[in-house]
Design a protein. Structure first.
Length: 350
């Protein structure tokens, strides 16, 4: 029965909510293995055995928001805050460029210190120095106009996980001033402007049901994102969710496989969070259909401060170490690093 559902998903790239929730609620090892094998086949068809690399620059740990799960939420007074200067960010790009990265992901909390003008300046500087590279922003909810300005300045991609597509669930993970409605509107605005858009969600975040996960996949079917970021929820000790259960390896791998089957051409990272809950988590993610990794390019002295969740890996390693480690891991899983900027194969800048 479940195998037939997975075959149907493989064939149609679609299942309804009940069907998806049924698979997710009945995930035995054998089911996960079967889904992963099919997903790997799909990934192979469109992307071969290549895995793209993105250099991740976590440029600010200040945040004006108070998402309940997140270690850099504003009410966490134990969080150590830092900001990188434009020069420091450009230095990270230079190091990344020399390591072969052709995509830079600028991620941070929602930090008003970085006004639109500052972001535009940083984006334009990177584009001027590295015109052939892609810039991805991941700096939260902004107005249509701001997104548009960043795009015109040269940003190519934007990561904004929807976190959960279910209203009630969204309200359990976020303070009341944040709304799913606005989050979704941001995502549709980004699409309209022409970005390659990354949506996504945490796996087994508190109060999440199999139905919620099915809703996440179906919402994305509507949005048609070019990228999908998903990883296990991991509790952070200074948040109200400190005692909640961590998302499992099994469910995360299954969700990666289902995502690949539903979105054959999507760019899908094996996330740092997945590597955090199991030493070979990212390798297993790649084998289940993921085709992107995001090695850390942030200066080593700030790494530990970007503490979204506990026990985050790679906080002590120099960028070059991360680069070599990730390539070794990709190779040992039977895949190869692709040094190109790795756009979604259906995207063209407009
Ligand atoms: N401020 C930006 C970037 C957020 S951090 C934004 O709003 O998009 C990137 C992602 O980390 C979040 O979207 C969230 O899904 C994930 N994250 C945050 N806390 C986490 C936790 N405790 N466990 C796992 N993932 C977490």
């Amino acid at each position: 029965m479940i195998k037939e559902l997975i075959d149907k998903l493989y064939k149609n790239n679609y299942l309804n909510k009940d069907e998806l929730a049924y698979i997710i609620a009945n995930k035995e090892d054998e089911v996960i293995k079967y889904a992963s094998t099919k997903a790997a086949e799909v990934r192979q068809k469109y992307y071969g055995n290549k895995v793209f690399m993105r250099g991740l620059i976590e440029f600010t740990s200040y945040c004006k928001n108070d998402c309940i799960y997140c270690g850099i939420r504003r009410s966490n007074s134990n969080a150590e805050r830092y900001r990188l200067t434009a020069e420091q960010i450009l230095k990270c790009c230079e190091i990344g460029y020399n390591l072969g990265y052709r995509t830079y992901v600028l991620q941070g909390g929602e930090d008003p210190f970085y006004t639109d003008d500052k972001i535009i300046e940083i984006v334009s500087d990177i584009k001027r120095l590295y015109p052939e590279c892609a810039i991805t922003l991941s700096i939260g909810e902004k107005s249509y106009e701001s997104y548009k300005k960043y795009y015109v300045a040269g940003a190519d991609r934007y990561l904004l996980r929807h976190e959960t597509a279910n209203e009630e669930h969204y309200a359990k993970l976020h303070p009341k001033e944040l709304s799913l409605r606005n989050r979704k509107e941001c995502l549709f605005n980004l699409k309209k402007i022409g970005y390659q858009v990354g949506a996504g969600f945490m796996v087994e975040s508190p109060y999440q049901t199999p139905e919620n996960l099915a809703e996440d996949l179906l919402f994305m079917k509507e949005l048609q994102p070019e990228m999908i970021g998903l990883g296990p929820f991991i509790p952070q000790k200074d948040t109200p969710f400190r005692d909640k259960k961590q998302g499992s390896l099994q469910t995360t791998v299954l969700m990666l496989a289902l995502t690949r089957l539903m979105f054959p051409k999507v760019l899908l990272p094996a996330t740092t969070a997945l590597g955090t809950i199991h030493p070979l988590g990212r390798e297993m993610g790649i084998k289940a259909g993921a085709n992107v990794v995001m090695p850390n390019l942030s200066p080593t002295d700030v790494r530990a401060k970007y503490s979204l969740y506990d026990n985050k890996i790679c906080t002590g390693d120099e960028a070059a170490e991360c680069r070599n480690c990730i390539e070794r891991r990709i190779n040992s899983a039977g895949f190869e690093v692709d040094p190109s900027r790795g756009d979604n194969i259906e995207w063209k800048r407009k």
